[in-house]
Design a binder for this molecule. Structure first.
Ligand SMILES: *[C@@H]1O[C@H](CO)[C@@H](O)[C@H](O)[C@H]1NC(C)=O
Ligand SMILES: *[C@@H]1O[C@H](CO)[C@@H](O)[C@H](O)[C@H]1NC(C)=O
Ligand SMILES: *[C@@H]1O[C@H](CO)[C@@H](O)[C@H](O)[C@H]1NC(C)=O
Ligand SMILES: *[C@@H]1O[C@H](CO)[C@@H](O)[C@H](O)[C@H]1NC(C)=O
Length: 484
C-alpha cells in the first residue's frame, strides 16, 4: 500500500468538500438562472421544490375548476383598446420610442391596479403615471414644489443588490429617466425598519424588525410555482411582482406592444418559407418535464420530421455557438416547438419569445392556456397544441402549412406592427410606490393559494381539463334534471 500522509488526506478531504459545495451552488444557481442564461433552454426544473410541490398540484387538479370563460378575450381586448389609446393620442410613448411622449401635468392614468376582473397587465398604464406633487395632484416637475423636494421612497432589498445587478441609491431611477424617479434602493439591514417598501426576491424570510403599518412588502418571483419557494406565512405580502397578469407589478419575460392597437397585421413582403428544407426543430435538455412535452414530441415525430437538439434528442448544437443554433431556426426550419417545462397560467418564457418569435420560424406552443398566449403574443403568431385533438392532427396541419407558403406566411403578418419593449420594472415600482398612499391598502391573505392554488398549474393539458369540466357540468345538469 502506498504511503499516504495524514496531511495529504486532510487536503483531499477539504478539496472534496469544496468541490461538492461548488457543484451544489452551481445547481442552485441553475435553478434560479437569470433571463440571459435561459435563452436556449438549460436543464431547468426537476430539482428542489419540484418534487415536493408537484404532488400537491397533482392532487389538486383537476379537482376544482376556475376555468375559462369564453368572453374573456373580448374583455381583455376592450381594456387594451380603451385604456391605452388615450395615452397614445400624443404619439408613440417614451417606452416605445426614445424621444416619445412622456407623462406630464394633467395626464390621468386609470387602471394601474389589478382589480379582480381581467384588466390586462397594466404595464403601459404604469409607465405613463406622472409625478404627483405634495398635494397628490399629478404633474410633471412637481416634485420640486415651491422648492420642496418630494421625499425619496426608500426600497430595502433584503436579498442584496447583486441579484438585481444594480447599484444602491437613486441611480437606477435617474439612469432610466423614469417619469417618477424619487426612489432609492438600499440593501443595508439597518434601514429595513424605516424603508417605505421591502422587496423580497425569490426567497422570503420574515424580517426581524417591527413592521410599520405603511411599509409595503413585495414578493418578486421570476420562476413558475413549480420552481419557487413554498411560502406558508399568511398575510405578509402587500404586492407581488411576477409574470402573472394579476400581480401589482407584472414582470413578463417579454412584453409585446403594437404601434397602433388597431393595426395588428401587415402583409408580409418576404417569403418566410423560402429556402427552408426542414420541418420541426426543438432545443431541449430537461427531459423530465411533468407536462409530458417529450412524449408529445415523440408522438409528433411519427407523423412529421422533428429534429430534437440537446440531451433529450439525437442532434447536437454546441453550447458555445448559441447564436448559430438560433440562426438555423430562421434559415432551415419551418416550425419550432416552444414547449414550456410546466403548464401554468400566464407562464410564457423566452422559449417562445426569443427562440420562437425572435427567429423567422413559426412557434408551436405548449405551456399556458391558449387564451393566455392570445393576451400576450402578437396576433396570429403561433400554433397551440391544444387546437388539435392529437399530435397526428397537429402534424396534418403542419404538412398543410408546409406545402402552402401563403398560408404559412400569414403567421408572420404581425412582424412589422409593433415591438417588444423594455418594461422598466424599477420605474413602475417607483411610480406605484408614490401612488400607493392614494389607493386602498392591499394585501395577500393567502399568497400560496394565489400563487399555486386551484388550476394555476396543471399536470395534463388545458384541453383535457376543459373537456373534463364540460363533462362534469353535463353530469350535474343531468342529475339536477333527474331529481327535479
Ligand atoms: C367589448 O367591445 C365590443 C365591441 O366594441 C362590445 O360589443 C362588447 O360589449 C365589449 N365588451 C365589454 C365587456 O365591454
Ligand atoms: C434563398 O436563397 C437564394 C439563393 O441562394 C437567395 O438569393 C435568397 O436571398 C434566399 N432567401 C432567403 C429568404 O433567405
Ligand atoms: C393556400 O392558402 C391560401 C390562404 O392563404 C388559400 O387561399 C389557398 O387556396 C391555399 N392553396 C392551396 C393550394 O391549398
Ligand atoms: C400591507 O399588508 C399588511 C398585512 O396584511 C396590512 O396590515 C397593511 O395595511 C398593508 N399595507 C398597505 C400599505 O397596503
Amino acid at each position: 500500500m502506498p504511503r499516504v500522509s495524514v496531511r495529504r488526506l486532510f487536503v483531499y478531504a477539504i478539496y472534496t468538500v469544496v468541490v461538492t459545495s461548488l457543484v451544489m451552488l452551481a445547481f442552485h444557481v441553475q435553478q434560479q438562472n437569470p433571463l440571459w442564461l435561459r435563452v436556449l433552454e438549460q436543464s431547468s426544473g426537476s430539482g428542489g421544490y419540484y418534487q415536493q410541490n408537484s404532488k400537491e398540484i397533482e392532487d389538486e387538479a383537476p379537482a376544482h375548476f376556475v376555468v375559462v370563460n369564453n368572453d374573456e378575450k373580448t374583455s381583455v381586448d376592450n381594456v387594451t383598446t380603451a385604456n391605452i389609446n388615450p395615452l397614445r393620442s400624443h404619439g408613440l410613448p417614451w417606452y416605445i420610442k426614445n424621444d416619445g411622449y412622456r407623462p406630464s401635468q394633467g395626464d390621468v392614468v386609470d387602471n394601474i391596479w389589478p382589480d379582480g376582473r381581467l384588466n390586462g397587465d397594466r404595464i403601459e398604464q404604469q409607465l405613463m403615471v406622472p409625478t404627483r406633487d405634495a398635494d397628490g395632484i399629478s404633474g410633471e416637475g412637481s416634485s420640486l414644489l415651491a422648492g420642496v423636494v418630494k421625499p425619496l421612497k426608500k426600497i430595502f432589498l433584503p436579498n442584496g443588490l447583486g441579484s438585481w445587478q444594480t447599484k444602491s441609491g437613486q441611480k437606477v431611477f435617474t439612469d432610466q429617466k423614469c417619469p417618477v424617479d424619487r426612489c432609492s434602493l438600499t440593501s443595508n439591514r439597518e434601514e429595513a425598519a424605516n424603508a417605505d417598501a421591502i422587496m423580497f426576491k425569490d426567497f422570503f424570510a420574515t424580517p426581524s424588525h417591527q413592521r410599520p403599518p405603511h411599509q409595503i412588502w413585495i414578493m418578486y418571483m421570476l420562476e413558475c410555482p413549480l420552481h419557487t419557494q413554498y411560502i406558508r406565512e399568511k398575510d405578509v405580502f402587500n404586492w407581488t411582482a411576477t409574470y402573472k397578469s394579476d400581480s401589482e407589478l407584472v414582470t413578463p419575460y417579454e412584453k409585446w406592444v403594437y404601434y397602433d392597437v388597431k393595426v395588428r397585421r401587415k402583409p408580409v413582403t418576404t417569403n418566410f418559407a423560402a429556402n427552408k428544407t426542414k420541418q420541426v426543430a426543438w432545443f431541449v435538455s430537461n427531459c423530465g418535464a411533468k407536462n409530458n412535452r417529450l412524449e408529445y414530441a415523440h408522438s409528433l415525430q411519427k407523423y412529421i420530421d422533428v429534429d430534437i437538439y440537446g440531451s433529450c434528442g439525437t442532434k447536437n448544437c454546441p453550447r458555445h455557438s448559441g447564436d448559430h443554433c438560433l440562426d438555423i431556426l430562421s434559415t432551415d426550419y419551418k416550425f419550432y416547438l416552444a414547449f414550456e417545462n410546466s403548464n401554468c397560467r400566464d407562464y410564457i418564457t423566452e422559449k417562445f419569445y426569443v427562440n420562437g418569435l425572435g427567429s423567422k420560424v413559426l412557434p408551436i406552443v405548449m405551456g399556458a392556456p391558449r387564451k393566455d398566449y392570445e393576451k400576450h403574443a402578437p396576433e396570429h403568431s403561433f400554433i397551440h397544441v391544444d387546437d388539435f385533438a392529437s399530435p397526428k392532427e397537429l402534424a396534418d396541419y403542419l404538412h398543410r402549412l408546409d406545402s402552402n407558403d401563403s398560408l404559412y406566411n400569414e403567421y408572420f403578418e404581425w412582424k412589422e406592427t409593433g415591438q417588444f419593449i423594455n418594461t422598466y420594472f424599477f420605474c413602475r415600482l417607483c411610480a406605484m410606490l408614490h401612488e400607493a398612499p392614494y389607493s386602498p391598502a392591499r394585501s395577500y391573505e393567502d399568497f400560496n393559494e394565489w400563487w399555486r392554488g386551484g388550476t394555476n398549474c396543471i399536470k395534463g393539458s388545458w384541453r383535457d381539463l376543459e373537456i373534463h369540466r364540460r363533462k362534469k357540468k353535463k353530469k350535474i345538469m343531468e342529475l339536477t334534471q333527474a331529481t327535479s
